[in-house]
Write a protein of this length. Structure first.
Length: 354
């Protein structure tokens, strides 16, 4: 036992969840069979059930398991971040399965109130609000392809059409029927072959609505990025002047002839995300900004994780240059089209800006 800290001091540290004592000792609970950091936010055990250890090895040799909430077995651990990321991954993967979401959230071992607090602290949005965004994004994609409204709602995880209509109107500013009609009647689409693979372009008569990779799952830019000369890039067969203009500007970008896009853009999303996307367009060609800097540009320097989420769901790649945002340590971090694509785009801009 650490001779500089007596058991009364250790108990006070546990009672106060004092982070300054983390790493100096560990406490275990005989009734649960687990051991924790002094700062663990779990329910305070009774003093008579607590045993102190100098190291985690001693606690494990005595038969105690590491706490899943404070993870004393890890050198560095942010329980709020880990819980938020696990929740976000669950919602991304199983947004249409209410039973699975409820079961997995219950197994996380924290209250819904606590989960909501830490998730909002990380992403500036509650889990319920984020789940609505994910479901509506999936429904929008289905409606674009002509799926029936009731079927799109069901496949997106909605059991109540009224709830679906309310959420859809809040996220898009229109009813599902109007949205489906717009895409059925006034939308032009095309595929464009580029050095980063095929890009799917969607535009109305007034603005570009979407530029995304045609197959994000299977694309591997590491195999082909930079191998296709600009004069061999093949364009599709677009219908609609704006789609043609978008193709032309993208081809000029990949050949190094265009550094600023002139076309009107109309990305769909909540106001916060639209604000972030607007500031992304202010990052000059050939330069980068960190998530923290972008959060400050967007008016909330503490919202770097929410900014990261807005980057991830950016519907107009390249023209809204989310690839120009990097980690605080200079790392490329995540990118919807893949890190190899991000690396290629930044390299292309660096080469032509020089």
């Amino acid at each position: 036992m650490n001779n500089l800290i007596n058991e009364n001091e250790m108990w006070e540290a546990v009672r106060d969840c004092d982070t300054s004592f983390d790493g100096k000792f560990y406490y275990s609970v005989k009734t649960t069979g687990i051991y924790c950091r002094p700062s663990c936010k779990s329910k305070l055990p009774k003093r008579e059930n607590v045993v102190f250890f100098r190291t985690k090895k001693e606690a494990e040799e005595a038969g105690f398991r590491p706490c899943k909430r404070c993870r004393p077995d890890l050198l560095q651990y942010d329980p709020a971040l880990e819980l938020s990321e696990r929740t976000k991954d669950l919602l991304d993967r199983h947004f249409s399965d209410r039973v699975r979401i409820g079961k997995d959230m219950k197994e996380m071992g924290v209250s819904r109130k606590h989960l909501t607090q830490v998730f909002k602290q990380q992403y500036q949005i509650t889990p319920s609000e984020y789940l609505n965004q994910v479901r509506i994004a999936a429904a929008r994609e289905m409606l674009r392809s002509g799926t029936d409204i009731a079927d799109a709602a069901g496949m997106a995880g909605y059991e109540n059409l009224s709830e679906f209509y309310n959420h859809f109107r809040r996220e898009t500013g229109m009813t599902p029927a109007k949205y489906r009609k717009i895409f059925a009647e006034n939308i032009s689409r095309s595929l464009l072959d580029t050095p980063i693979g095929a890009l799917r372009i969607i535009a109305s008569t007034d603005a570009v609505l979407s530029v995304e990779t045609a197959n994000r799952e299977s694309s591997d830019a590491g195999e082909w990025a930079g191998q296709i000369p600009p004069d061999r890039i093949l364009s599709g067969d677009p219908s609609g002047e704006l789609v043609k203009d978008c193709q032309a500007e993208l081809l000029e970008y990949f050949s190094g002839k265009r550094k600023v896009f002139d076309l009107p853009l109309s990305p769909e999303g909540p106001d916060f995300q639209k604000n972030v996307w607007g500031h992304l367009r202010e990052i000059p060609y050939g330069e980068t900004r960190t998530y923290g800097e972008l959060a400050q540009m967007a008016g909330n320097r503490k919202a770097s994780r929410a900014v990261g989420m807005a980057n991830h769901v950016n519907p107009i790649l390249i023209m809204i240059p989310c690839h120009r945002v990097i980690g605080a340590d200079g790392s490329l971090t995540g990118y919807a089209a893949g890190l190899e694509v991000k690396k290629y785009l930044l390299g292309l801009e660096k080469r032509y800006s020089a």
